[in-house]
Ligand binder design. Structure first.
Ligand code: PNS
Length: 159
């Protein structure tokens, strides 16, 4: 069974994430989409809400499991016997930090990181930008799955 993980904050999942997860799901038998918990960062969505949204929008792939983890990504990979991390690269600006993490993770346990070039349609897309634009009333409906757009609109109205 070939396994990979697509880790992230997913606050919330965007069409850019979904593109990478969908592509990973074609390359691997089982793809874990894992919300890495960062207690020092307060999200717009709770970890359970993020998981619920990711489950809704990845169910069509059929081989995606969604969960959360608090700790080092390499420890998660060991626990689950996952040899590969799949990450999307949007632009050269992502590369420096992603390379550092990939090299650190590989040095720690030998886990490999595979970089997938993001679809150019989403090269500017991040959860933070989407939240900022939406908070100021900008239209982000084309950047998010419908269920996520609805959840984001509701959450911003509540605030
Ligand atoms: O969606 P993000 O916030 O860009 O994802 C970054 C994430 C969560 C994948 C990264 O910060 C991470 O792997 N965190 C888990 C803690 C860890 O292993 N840190 C050491 C990285 S070398």
């Amino acid at each position: 069974m070939r396994r990979a993980v697509c880790p992230g904050s997913y606050d919330p999942i965007t069409n850019g994430h979904l593109d990478i997860i969908g592509r990973a799901s074609k390359l691997y038998d089982e793809v874990y989409v894992t919300v890495m918990i960062n207690k020092s960062k307060k999200g717009l969505f709770t970890v359970d809400e993020r998981i619920d949204l990711i489950r809704q929008v990845t169910s069509e792939f059929g081989n995606v499991r969604v969960e959360s983890f608090h700790g080092l990504l390499v420890d998660y990979c060991k626990q689950r016997d996952i040899p590969a991390i799949v990450k999307g690269l949007r632009a050269v600006s992502d590369f420096d930090y992603e390379l550092q993490m990939a090299q650190m993770n590989n040095g720690l346990t030998g886990v490999e990181t595979l970089f997938v070039p993001t679809n150019p349609t989403y090269s500017f897309l991040s959860s933070s930008l989407v939240k900022e634009v939406a908070a100021w009333g900008g239209d982000v409906s084309h950047l998010l799955p419908d269920a996520v757009f609805d959840a984001l609109s509701r959450r911003l109205r509540e605030q």
